[in-house]
Design a protein around this ligand. Structure first.
Ligand code: UDP
Length: 406
């Protein structure tokens, strides 16, 4: 596991010193994170990396996980979809069951925790305990809800407004609420397997394993096989480019085996790829972090042609590796890319094809976008910034008066 001082060569001594100063002011406070899964998913991924760093800073931070059965997670999955604007009917009995499971989990709340940091909707009803227990309560929402279904939103809002504040990942996701809202974007960890530096030998070895030719341009999109990531649109853009320029396309991701829709998308992708030997559809097992890292590093261009997106961590990952990234202007992506400065924002298959050709024809301009993109990620979307925002947020709970924004 990384130590906080390992980040000094990347973000500088003063950034780390500031974290120690902020952490010092939290002495004596116990912060407990609570979510609904210890492994898998972005929330767990961030907590796994962040908890040891907080502890290394001297912050007394811990992490509890609520327990639920299949029925509970089936209900929360429907809630999740409804928050993304998908039709999903959730009955009153299901909502009651959701509340019951939350009540059964009240023992997860540590007796001496000062700040309860509740992640996402699954454990949200724990806040019922606030009236009896007191303490400071934060609700951290990792979901994109620009367009949530009203009935589910109304149900959750009733709980959200009992917290001291709510944290969202991008401005577009905030909603009218009677409590304070804070914007804190997610982050990537430059020292994780997914993002750390790799030797050329390792990158070459992984490309060889997949039969990717490093002598010709490589364009890559890393994503779960999901309609909203538009892999078919990516292939169509590649085909338009391929009429004019030689290149290879890598579509790599996993998450389809237990998801019937994912398998359907994968089939469509194969159909659209028409056995083109220069299209590499790679189905990656979970934990393929080094492979993803190597594929991103081996790319001339990284794509993220999503139709809808939360924050879009793959964009940050590509930019951090100094790659020119062409991505759709949706969700949190415009926070990461200033068009024609730190990457390219597009709105269509044609636009994506146009910019792939431009960047392949102008490698110096493409390289400049990559350099600017890496700088932008370095200052805004690394885990050290994320920790700083959280520490400031925790402190602000005790000094509500003059807080404007973090
Ligand atoms: N990812 C992965 N394996 C895959 C596909 C994606 O580890 O097969 C990673 C990817 O590198 C990124 C995260 O999962 O870190 C996806 O986050 P993002 O915000 O881009 O999209 P989401 O999947 O959350 O919609």
């Amino acid at each position: 596991m990384s130590k906080i001082r390992d980040y000094v060569p990347i973000v500088g001594e003063s950034t780390i010193e500031e974290l120690f100063l902020l952490a010092e002011r939290l002495k004596g406070k116990i912060i407990q994170n609570i979510n609904s899964t210890a492994v898998g998913g972005g929330v767990a991924e961030i907590l796994i990396r962040m908890l040891p760093l907080l502890q290394d800073l001297g912050v007394n931070a811990s992490w509890g996980v609520i327990k639920g059965d299949e029925k509970f997670f089936h209900i929360t999955k429907k809630m999740h979809n409804a928050l993304h604007g998908v039709d999903a009917s959730i009955g009153r009995d299901e909502l009651d069951y959701f509340i019951d499971v939350n009540r059964q989990n009240t023992q997860e709340i540590m007796a001496d925790a000062d700040i309860l940091f509740i992640h996402d909707p699954q454990p949200i009803a724990l806040v019922e305990q606030k009236d009896t227990l007191g303490r400071k309560w934060i609700w951290r929402c990792h979901i994109d809800f620009t367009n949530p279904k009203k009935d589910v939103w109304d149900f959750l809002k009733n709980y959200i407004e009992r917290f001291d504040c709510a944290v969202f990942s991008a401005p577009a996701f905030s909603r009218p609420l009677a409590i304070r809202q804070v914007l804190i974007s997610p982050s990537i960890d430059p020292l994780s397997e997914k993002n750390r530096e790799l030797s050329d030998d390792l990158v070459n070895g992984i490309c060889e394993r997949f039969n990717i030719d490093r002598g010709r341009p490589v364009i890559t999109q890393i994503s779960r096989f999901d309609y909203l990531k538009d892999p078919v649109g990516v292939i169509r853009a590649y085909k338009m480019v391929k009429k004019h320029l030689d290149c290879q396309l890598v579509l790599a991701g996993g998450g389809a085996t237990d998801d019937p829709e994912g398998m359907k998308v994968l089939e469509e992708v194969h159909r659209e790829a028409e056995n083109d030997p220069d299209i590499f559809v790679l189905f990656l097992p979970p934990g393929s972090d080094i492979e993803i890292n190597a594929l991103q590093r081996a790319s001339d261009i990284v794509l993220q042609k999503s139709l809808r997106e939360g924050f879009g961590l793959t964009v940050a990952e590509g930019l951090w590796k100094g790659k020119p990234v062409i991505a759709s202007a949706v969700g949190g992506i415009p926070l990461q890319i200033a068009h024609k400065y730190s990457g390219i924002l597009t709105h269509s298959i044609e636009g994506t094809a146009y910019w792939i050709k431009q960047l392949l024809n102008e490698p110096e301009y493409a390289a400049k976008l990559g350099v600017n993109g890496r700088e932008h990620i370095k200052y805004n979307y690394l885990i050290t910034r994320h920790i700083r925002d959280y520490l400031l947020l925790f402190l602000s709970l005790y000094e509500q008066k003059d807080i404007v924004s973090l």
